[in-house]
Design a binder for this molecule. Structure first.
Ligand SMILES: Cc1cc2nc3c(=O)[nH]c(=O)nc-3n(C[C@H](O)[C@H](O)[C@H](O)COP(=O)(O)OP(=O)(O)OC[C@H]3O[C@@H](n4cnc5c(N)ncnc54)[C@H](O)[C@@H]3O)c2cc1C
Length: 410
């Protein structure tokens, strides 16, 4: 059995290792000068490769259920055992949200994960062709023919397409894999950037660029709360970024594509209910009677947010605290817990972490084989499913690579 894997990212490497471990002859084609380039950028270079509290219901897309089934077959426990076996013991560490379920290699270096996967391929005799981009895959009766950029043709009994989506195209995943799949009869659910920053035409963004603040963020779709996330929000010149924004971005982009009204509402003091916040401000007004009104927020929010919050509450920043009226404090408390930013789009694929969209579940079997072209398999981000931050997307890459690699070698 000769298996060709197109794309040496996380899922392609896992598929190649699995198939070679099951006694198949495996050739792997990678457009970059080494496999696994994207792995290097994951988890800020530390590689958040899984999540011990992974909740399969958090995957999105037409293949969300399929992802749950595949991860049910080969999940977190099996993945961690695999990494331990190839020399990468893993640990859990506190996430940006404060929970400690996010899994990292003990060395906290993505480069060592990449190298260990490459070494395992070498150990199992996977033949890796680097700087070798496949431009066409065709099936001639039972044999697949794969054509490289320089016109060389390779043959294989089975093909696994692991070319990724369109996120971070500098790492090699530029969306060309969709064309390979379409040539073989597949359709593509429109690829959209997910887990990325959102853009806003709110002029405050330019002013606040670079400021970071802890907040509970509500995604508002047509004026209703659609989802909420907490964590550190980063204000940027063009809009809002940070993990809570990333987590909400997929749904925001989808809603914008459907012509809906989208906004993010930031609660900058989520630990108290509104009345308590109002009383807290009223108490501060008394404690600092003669200083300028901005001092009422001293120590509560980043300094650069004070001016915009006072402006939005129509409070004179020069007025002494003890002149602030009840109405002004009410408006200030409302702004602190409901700082609104209309959203008009998402940053492009260059700055997002994953792609929503891809090969629809209706065209795949439970082991990720094409229902339209037997012998063809898909793994990782090219499939129409994506997960939240916290190791979900790499776990999908490992699980899908494993299941497809095993099925292809059978
Ligand atoms: C900045 C950043 C940080 C991230 N952090 C995390 C994290 O901490 N945890 C997490 O779970 N997920 C994270 N992700 C997401 C995760 O990295 C991806 O979902 C995962 O790597 C996808 O794996 P893949 O195998 O599907 O595709 P990719 O890793 O994109 O690999 C596809 C490979 O195919 C190659 N290729 C493409 N076309 C061809 C062709 N025609 N011929 C030959 N080769 C080809 C590409 O060069 C590339 O190497 C992050 C993503 C980014 C961009």
């Amino acid at each position: 059995m000769k298996i060709a894997v197109v794309g040496g990212g996380a899922s392609g490497l896992m598929a190649a290792i699995t198939a070679a471990g099951a006694a198949a002859r495996v050739i792997l084609f990678e457009g970059n000068n080494k496999p696994g380039k994207k792995i290097l950028s994951t988890g800020n270079g530390r590689c958040n490769l899984s999540n011990t509290a992974l909740d399969p219901s958090l995957y999105h897309g037409s293949a969300a259920k399929l992802a749950g089934l595949v991860i049910g077959e080969y999940g977190v426990k099996e993945t961690l055992a695999f990494f331990d076996k190839i020399g990468i013991p893993c640990v859990t560490a506190a996430s940006a949200k404060g929970d400690d379920r996010w899994v990292y290699p003990a060395c906290r270096e993505a480069a060592q994960v990449r190298r260990a996967l490459e070494m395992e391929c070498e150990r199992l005799g996977v033949q890796i062709y680097t700087e070798c981009r496949i431009v066409r895959v065709a099936k001639d009766r039972k044999i697949f023919r794969l054509t490289t950029e320089d016109g060389t043709v390779f043959t294989a009994d089975r093909v696994i397409i692991s070319t990724g989506g369109m996120a971070a195209p500098k790492t090699g995943s530029d969306g060309n894999g969709y064309g390979l799949a379409q040539d073989l009869g597949h359709s593509i659910v429109q690829p959209l950037p997910a887990l990325g920053a959102l853009t806003s035409d709110n002029p405050l963004c330019k002013r606040l660029g670079g400021v970071r603040a802890e907040a509970k963020v509500s995604l508002m779709i047509d004026g209703k709360v659609a989802a909420q996330e907490s964590g550190e929000v980063q204000f940027t010149e063009y809009g809002l970024s940070g993990i809570p924004v990333f987590q909400l971005s997929g749904r925001a982009v989808q809603a914008l594509a459907e012509g809906k009204n989208v906004a993010l509402r930031l609660n900058l003091w989520p630990t108290r209910i509104y009345n308590e916040l109002y009383l807290m401000l009223a108490d501060r007004r008394v404690r600092r009677p003669t200083v300028k009104s901005g001092a009422i927020l001293l120590g509560m929010v980043p300094d650069k947010l004070v001016g915009p919050l006072l402006e939005k509450s129509r409070i004179d920043p020069q007025a002494p605290c003890n002149t602030l009226t009840r109405e002004e404090l009410v408006r200030l408390a409302s702004q602190i817990q409901g700082f609104m930013f209309s959203i008009d789009g998402a940053k492009d694929f260059n700055s997002c972490q994953v792609t929503a969209g891809g090969i629809p579940a209706s065209e795949l079997s439970a082991n990720l084989e094409s229902l339209l072209c037997p012998g063809l398999f898909f793994t990782g981000e090219i499939v129409d499913t994506d997960g939240p931050c916290g190791g979900y997307n790499l776990q999908w890459a490992w699980s899908s690579g494993r299941i497809a690699g095993l099925a292809a070698a059978r």
